[in-house]
Every structure is written in structure tokens, then in C-alpha cells.
Write a protein that binds this ligand. Structure first.
Ligand SMILES: *Cc1c(COP(=O)(O)O)cnc(C)c1O
Length: 485
């Protein structure tokens, strides 16, 4: 393509060759960035003078793309979140993949809108959803939608659950009487609480059931609460089981929940943001038995499948319920029988979003390049690493585990043995902060029964056992240093 005449202004590059050269440079730099990730600081505080750059006003005039890239290199790239690094174990995140990057790149280049229409990107998303249905052993007739992440996936599923089980046309009527109840364990992720609130049921619409010692939902307590609520005129509509709680990775007894839901005619939803994708791992799959009996499952693909953010998915067994909850076709979205605006099952009829990015492409390309078995092996290795880390903890008298290992999550603390709880909590918090400030590693944290834990969610395809040797040595070093101060 030739360059545009000077007097015709567009947002295309003024000089295609120069722009291409800059992009080649970026690709070189980006691949080195990932390849040499261990050579750079996992995290560092942003200095004042760099922070000041983010206060400048909106640019009115153009700058060269080169100078913009300089700005990125100087002010953004050196201060990462850290999650691409193998020693990042905070919250629960994936590393990303290069094939995912390629997918995102092309998704932005061809830039389709996945609200609907008859074009190949739509077929790619359908295929990815079919693969995910297969992974969680849902039938071909099930439906699904790619969404930003677990929060939106849970929200969509709970909306369908509410509409199906309310027993009247809630889309038309709105909530008639606020007596619908969802159930989950006290370890449920907060996004489900937000979802139930936004569905109009209030926080009281989600009853949190106590857990067993291993942080899985107490099935007897769940049964009792449902009976009690029915006796009091409430309408139990849904149990949310979690496969991989965010605190400790606990997997609820999905079979038992499926039995209860069947007996009570309730919706069975699984929050599998962390663990559902672990169906790919021979090691974890048996623990997830019962997931195939769920009415809906929420998965995150930017967690244990390592997709670049954002990538989540909801699958719903009864496609027509899914569509009934979200489909609304005004005249400007009416379909044709031929041409671009043809085809069934536009994604905008299965969720809140109309305009949707092509997030399926990175998943499609990554799964094609690596194959699902390799992703399964990466998951299994993380599980083995969790046991390796726990073994290191058990070997040392000044370290202790604070919860059973759930899949790939290890909660432990430094405990010299002669401290009160408050002191121990402060000590471990300081250890965790020094680990990140000294750019050694980035474990997460949580509090279990009042005890502050150093929490490692091991969902990296780059991490090796030696990284955990380093972690343990450094925890002990910093711990002892703090004791001597
Ligand atoms: C991360 C997580 C979520 C929320 O998912 P996002 O992708 O962050 O929106 C929901 N449930 C569980 C169990 C999670 O771990």
C-alpha cells in the first residue's frame, strides 16, 4: 500500500515502513522481555519522578510513535505487576503465553465485534466454547459465552439460575417478593455476593454455610439450612459449589451438592474460576467429579490456562434458559437470512454485552499450538510443586502449614514458637512485604481463623522447584533477622 497523500488525515501511520520497523522493534523487545523475565525485578515501587508523568494533561497535538514507545519503556515497563514472573504467587493469576499474545495482536488487527454476525471470528468463539464444554463434560447442546473473567461468568450464570427458578416471569415482573435464596460456603468468592446483590436479592439472598476443617462446604449444615428456610417461607433456588476456593483451593463435594439440588429442584452452579479448567489434569480431575452434573459452570482462562487477561467463560447446560435470560432483539439488531447479519446464536443474546472483543482468538491459537494435554501437564506440575513446597515447610521447625493443600494453594507461616497471635501476624506480614520489596518473590496472603498466612497460589508454567527453595530460605532469613531486631 502506498502512503496517503499528505493532505488526507487518518489515524493510519503517516509512514507505513517506519511504523512497521517500530513494530518489529517492539516484537524484538517484547520477546526478550518475556524470555529474560527472571533478569528483571519482579516488582518495584514507582519513584516520584516517574509518577509525575502520569499527571500530565491530555495530549492535544501528535507525538511520534517512537517517542510514545520511549515513554512506555521508561515509565511503564519497569514497574510491572509481576505476574509474568515465575515467582509470582499472589491472588490467583496466570503468566500469559506468547501464542496468547499473537492471538490478541491479530484480534486487534482484524478487530471484529463478537456481538453477532456471520463471520469467521464468530465460528472461532463457538469452537472455543465447544472445547470448554467438552472439558467440563457438558453435552454439545449446552451453550456458553466468553466473558471478561470469573466475576462476569458467575454473574451471568446466577442470573439464569434466578430467572429459571423464580417460578414466574421475572424479566417482565421484576422481583415480586424477595424470598429467593442462593447458598454457598463461607469461603465463596466475593463476586458471587456482588452478583446476588445486583440481581436484586440483597446480601441476605446469599446464605453462607459453614465449612469443614478442610474449608469445603459442610453438606449437613447446607441441607439443614435449606429445610429451615423452606419452613420459614423462603424459596431456595440455587447452590453454588466452588471448585477451588480462593483462600485455600478447597473443592466442595460437588456430587453431594448435585444430589441436594436434584432432590430440591434447585439450580446447581459451580464457581470453577480456579479449578474447573483442572479437568485437564489427571491429578485433579477425580476431585472434580460431579461438575458434569451442574446446570452451569464459571471458568477463568486467565488463571490456570494462562491466557493474557481478560478471558473467562460461562457454560450453561440448558441453552434455551440461557438465551431466554439475555436475548432481546430490537429492530436495529434484527437478523437477515443471508449476508453478514445472518446466523443463529448471536453472542449478544447470551449475555449483557453487545459489543464484544475477539477474546476467543488467543484461546483458540494457544490450544491449537500447545494442545490441551500440555496445559493439563502444566496444571499437574503446579500441584506437585504445591506438595513440594509443603514438604519444605514441614521440614523446618520454624515453619508451619495453616491449611490443607487445596489443588495448588499453600498457606503457611513463620512461627518461632514463642509468640502470641498478634505478634505472629505482624511478623509474617512484614516477611511477606520484605519479600516483595526486596524483589525476591511475590507470594500472596490471607487470614485463616485469625492467623495471617503467607499464601502461595502456584499457577505458573515457568516456576521450578528451585524457586520454592529460594522462597523458604528467604522467609527463614528475613524471619530470623526480624527476631534479632
Ligand atoms: C478469581 C476468582 C473469581 C473472579 O474471577 P475474575 O476473573 O477475577 O473476575 C471468582 N471466583 C473464584 C473462586 C476466583 O478465584
Amino acid at each position: 500500500m502506498t502512503d496517503q497523500p499528505n493532505n488526507f488525515e487518518t489515524l493510519d501511520p503517516e509512514n507505513w515502513e517506519a511504523s512497521k520497523a517500530l513494530m518489529h522493534q517492539m516484537v524484538n523487545d517484547a520477546f526478550d522481555y518475556v524470555k529474560n523475565i527472571r533478569d528483571r525485578k519482579i516488582w518495584q515501587e514507582i519513584p516520584e519522578d516517574v509518577l509525575n508523568n502520569f499527571n500530565s494533561e491530555i495530549p492535544l497535538k501528535p507525538s511520534s510513535a517512537e517517542s510514545v514507545y520511549n515513554d512506555l519503556q521508561k515509565n511503564v515497563l519497569p514497574y510491572p505487576m509481576g505476574n509474568v514472573h515465575p515467582r509470582f504467587w499472589a491472588w490467583y493469576m496466570g503468566n500469559g503465553t506468547i501464542s496468547g499474545v499473537m492471538g490478541d495482536f491479530w484480534a486487534s488487527i482484524i478487530n471484529p465485534n463478537l456481538g453477532g454476525g456471520n463471520h469467521a471470528a464468530h465460528k472461532v468463539e463457538e469452537q472455543v466454547i465447544n472445547w470448554i464444554k467438552h472439558i467440563v463434560e457438558f453435552p454439545k447442546s449446552a451453550s456458553g459465552l466468553l466473558v471478561s473473567g470469573g466475576s462476569m461468568a458467575n454473574y451471568a450464570a446466577l442470573a439464569v439460575a434466578r430467572n429459571v427458578k423464580a417460578g414466574y416471569d421475572i424479566r417482565t415482573e421484576g422481583l415480586k417478593e424477595n424470598n429467593l435464596v442462593f447458598y454457598a460456603s463461607t469461603e465463596i468468592h466475593s463476586c458471587n455476593t456482588k452478583a446476588v446483590e445486583l440481581l436484586g436479592l440483597g446480601t441476605k439472598g446469599l446464605k453462607k454455610i459453614k465449612t469443614n476443617d478442610d474449608y469445603t462446604i459442610n453438606i449437613n449444615a447446607l441441607k439443614q439450612q435449606i429445610q429451615e428456610d423452606k419452613a420459614n417461607g423462603l424459596q431456595p433456588i440455587c447452590v453454588i459449589g466452588t471448585s477451588g476456593t480462593v483462600n485455600t483451593g478447597a473443592v466442595d463435594n460437588l456430587k453431594a451438592i448435585a444430589d441436594i439440588c436434584e432432590a430440591e429442584n434447585m439450580w446447581f452452579h459451580v464457581d470453577g474460576a480456579i479449578g474447573a479448567i483442572a479437568m485437564l489434569s489427571d491429578k485433579i480431575k477425580p476431585q472434580l467429579s460431579g461438575i458434569e452434573r451442574a446446570d452451569s459452570v464459571a471458568l477463568d482462562l486467565h488463571k490456570w490456562l494462562h491466557m493474557p487477561f481478560e478471558a473467562g467463560c460461562v457454560v450453561i447446560k440448558d441453552k434455551s434458559s440461557h438465551k431466554k435470560t439475555f436475548s432481546l432483539i430490537p429492530e436495529y439488531l434484527e437478523k437477515n437470512t443471508r449476508g453478514l447479519a445472518s446466523g443463529d446464536n448471536w453472542f449478544s443474546e447470551f449475555g449483557l454485552q453487545l459489543s464484544r472483543r475477539f477474546r476467543a482468538l488467543k484461546i483458540w491459537m494457544s490450544l491449537k499450538e500447545h494442545g490441551s494435554e500440555r496445559f493439563g501437564r502444566m496444571i499437574s506440575r503446579n500441584v506437585e510443586q504445591a506438595y513440594y513446597l509443603a514438604e519444605l515447610v514441614d521440614q523446618h521447625q520454624h515453619l508451619e502449614m495453616l491449611a490443607p493443600i487445596g489443588m495448588d494453594i499453600v498457606c503457611f507461616r513463620f512461627n518461632p514458637g514463642n509468640k502470641e497471635l498478634e505478634e505472629l501476624n505482624a511478623l509474617n506480614k512484614e516477611i511477606k512485604l520484605q519479600l516483595e520489596e526486596q524483589a525476591i518473590a511475590l507470594p500472596g496472603y490471607t487470614t485463616l481463623n485469625g492467623a495471617y498466612c503467607i499464601r502461595c497460589a502456584i499457577s505458573s508454567h515457568r516456576v521450578t522447584n528451585e524457586d520454592f527453595d529460594v522462597l523458604i530460605n528467604e522467609v527463614l532469613r528475613i524471619g530470623k533477622q526480624l527476631l534479632n531486631q
